[in-house]
Design a protein. Structure first.
Length: 651
């Protein structure tokens, strides 16, 4: 091979090597550039993730502050850092937020700060129209404009990476027609769940839920209409928002027996009921732990303190002495009239007062009352004239105070004197009972002629509290009817305000109302005990109707322990309101229909339960209006909110 050929080949090889090296250098540069870009993207992505999480933290912070002070950031904005983030040392949630959210500066309704957990700065502009108008934010809503960025406050201008526009609205305090920390059981022929909220139609419990004929179509989630109580199940419109949420197994009730549903049974139950079935859910039911002071009450109430204990309409045996005019004919046919004094033992209507109340299981007359009231006169024959009526309590020394009408007010004690049925002088108004005239009125009036207790609209009745160190049970108020030594009395009438003007009963201990013809019934609060209601519909009515309108609850019940409702007549129930039993809720419907507008919350402590017994058609209609009223009027400035709009942006 000639030298020129060899030189030419070496040149080609060298050129090829140079070209390969050049391409390798280009590839290496591109790879380095690409890896750098990927690293930069990774850094940007991490910053974006942190900023998004930061926005959520700022939202949680604002939500907490707003729900604990509905005026937070309203009007002209904040005046001090303490106003922005008040100390709540007894609240672990607040302490956690204090550590995670650091406010650096504020101006009007704009806050700026730093989030150590996310290494992000933030800014949030607040427009709060919950209580006063604010810019363009609709009434009873809040707008939050949140911006978060990687780094502290000073880096916002160049490092803004995430923004959130959020609008919240006033939310009902509870979001289900039945809500329980324990078990829910409805024993009825049919059960209907409807809602006046377009987004909610739910029943939720942390325990199990047992409902009638779930796989047979006897329980339905339906759209609300005014004829729910009377329309056939198959003619009602299914509601796709319906949901049955259970922390344990869902069961089907047939009569008083129940069986747990397997997966096939749940699918059939969902199909037949039109509701979504969620069983053995892992998270807790969201139940606000209500306090007695959180129950809204009308602002202008006449407050009356009454003696604590039981006021019982009953019959007692009495010795009735009377003169009877008789005609006597002698042997010659001459007639003369004369009066003959006679005595008989008869049963008379009385009102007995006990403190503490008598256990309902005790036999009649097992304890002597502290005070007895009876009407002035008895119905006598035309030829009879009443002389005296002495109620017979054996050798106990109990005598009756005589009068047709009495005012019940603990403040009126011992002002004057009266003469009892034995002719003895007694202090007038003893224990808070004061005799009044035929035409006089009183906030709490006892009329023994008509067997009526009338409580004026707009009156708050509270039994006097026990003194410190007392061995007696917490003060109670019990208005009842029971069989006595003389038998069963005529049913009294309880006039307890009206549908649009609340009467409030509030006691430290138990509150019990029944058995009597009941007109009206407002707010009933037991701070430490039970509430028992056994109302009877007014004469000539087949309905127990305790209702008002869409923005006013007819019945509000709060019990620190149990709420027990009994339907003791053949009456259907129509109730609008709200019931909160911290332990158990029991309602014996007595084989009748019952319709409840509103919400029932049960078992917030000790795994209490909700239990309907002996129902025919049980209808539950979730109505958020009163629950929103409660949210508006929660004590300590609290409220409850829910997101309405949430939109994110990148910057």
């Amino acid at each position: 091979m000639t030298g020129s050929v060899r030189r030419r080949r070496r040149g080609i090889a060298l050129l090829t090597s140079m070209i390969v090296c050049f391409f390798l250098l280009m590839l290496t540069g591109a790879l380095i550039q690409n890896q750098g870009a990927s690293f930069s993207i990774s850094q940007t992505s991490d910053a974006s993730i942190r900023a998004r999480a930061a926005c959520q933290t700022v939202y949680d912070y604002c939500l907490y502050q707003l729900e604990h002070n509905r005026n937070w950031g309203s009007g002209a904005g904040f005046a001090s850092l303490q106003e922005i983030d008040p100390a709540r040392s007894d609240n672990s949630a607040s302490s956690s937020l204090d550590e995670r959210v650091k406010i650096r500066e504020f101006s009007g309704r704009v806050l700026r700060g730093y989030l150590p957990d996310h290494s992000c700065g933030f800014e949030v502009a607040i427009s709060n129209a919950l209580t006063v108008p604010a810019d363009s934010t609709p009434q009873e809503q809040v707008t939050l404009e949140i911006t978060a960025w990687d780094g502290d406050v000073a880096k916002k201008a160049s490092r803004s990476v995430q923004g959130v526009h959020c609008r919240l609205r006033l939310a009902p305090l509870y979001d289900a027609s039945i809500l329980s920390r324990g078990k829910v059981t409805v024993e009825a022929e049919e059960t209907i769940f409807a809602s006046k909220d377009a987004f909610r139609n739910e029943i939720r419990a942390e325990g199990g839920v047992a409902l009638p004929g779930l796989t047979q179509g006897k329980t339905r989630f339906v759209k609300h209409q005014n004829t729910l109580a009377t329309t056939g199940l198959d003619q009602l419109t299914p509601d796709p928002t319906g949901m049955l949420w259970s922390g344990q197994k869902i069961s089907e009730v047939n009569g008083t027996q129940s069986r747990e549903l397997d997966s096939d049974g749940l699918r059939e139950a969902a199909r037949r009921s039109s509701g979504r079935m969620v069983d053995e859910a892992s998270n807790r039911a969201d139940i606000y732990d209500l306090k007695p002071e959180n129950i809204p009450q009308p602002e202008h109430l006449q407050k009356i303190t009454v003696p604590p204990g039981e006021f019982r309409f009953t019959k007692a045996n009495a010795v009735v002495t009377y003169d009877e005019t008789v005609t006597v004919t002698d042997g010659e046919g001459n007639t003369t009239t004369t009066k003959v004094r006679k005595s008989n033992t008869e049963a008379v209507d009385v009102l007995e007062y006990f403190d503490p109340p008598v256990d309902p299981r005790d036999p009649p007359g097992s304890r002597r009352p502290l005070k007895v009231l009876r009407a002035n006169t008895r119905v006598m024959a035309p030829n009879q004239e009443q002389i005296s009526v002495r109620v017979n309590y054996g050798q106990s020394g109990v005598v009756a105070e005589v009068g047709d009408r009495f005012e019940l007010d603990y403040a009126n004690q011992g002002a004057t004197t009266v003469t009892d049925e034995n002719g003895n002088i007694q202090p007038q108004g003893q224990m808070g009972f004061r005799k009044i005239g035929q035409d006089a009125s009183a906030p709490v009036l006892i009329d023994l002629r008509s067997q009526t207790v009338a409580i004026a609209p707009g009156t708050k009745v509270s039994p006097a509290s026990r003194p410190n160190g007392s061995s007696l049970p917490p003060s109670s108020f019990e208005l009842t009817t029971r069989e006595g030594t003389g038998g069963v009395p005529e049913l009294p009438t309880f006039e307890l305000g009206s549908g649009n003007s609340d009467v409030v009963f509030e006691a430290d201990g138990d509150v019990s109302i029944g058995v009597g013809y009941t007109k009206g019934l407002g707010t009933v609060i037991s701070k430490t005990g039970n509430v028992t209601l056994n109302p009877i519909p007014p004469r000539f009515s087949s309905w127990v109707d305790i209702s008002a309108n869409d923005r006013y609850a007819g019945l509000v019940v709060y019990a620190d322990r149990d709420v027990r409702i009994g339907n003791i007549t053949d009456a259907s129930w129509n109730v609008r309101g709200f019931v909160y039993a911290r332990r158990n809720f029991y309602f014996n419907v007595n084989n009748q229909n019952a319709t409840f507008f509103g919400s029932v919350v049960a078992g917030n402590v000790n795994n209490g339960q909700f239990h309907i017994q002996n129902g025919k058609r049980a209808t539950f209609i979730y109505d958020p209006e009163y629950l929103k009223l409660m949210t508006r009027q929660l004590g300590n400035g609290w409220t409850r909110l829910e997101p309405l709009v949430w939109s994110e942006s990148r910057g």
